[in-house]
Design a protein around this ligand. Sequence first.
Ligand SMILES: [Zn+2]
Length: 108
Amino acid sequence: MNRKLEVKRASAMNVAAQWRRQYYEEKADKWPKTARGASEDVYNRLCDLGVSPDLDAAAAIVGNKSWTHPTCNGCDQYVEKAIVVGYEHNLTMCEQCLEAGLAELRRS
Ligand SMILES: [Zn+2]
């Protein structure tokens, strides 16, 4: 069986590098022009957090938890930890949604 089953935890490790990979225009060797230069500013502030960035500080700089926390597919909330299950497609579930699903299964 090739089933994936792994715990994913909220983390701010490598967030600056991921941010750069997402937004920096490597070929043009520049940050994209935005009204306020926001993506470069966010990157610099994330770098300022150091090699072991504080989770809440990183989320505050980004403006939400989308870069630091897993999103539960059951309740669509950012969570501290979740289980990722899948074969071809992954499903990310928080403990509450998993418990609710288990209870439903056992009741059926
Ligand atoms: Zn959930």
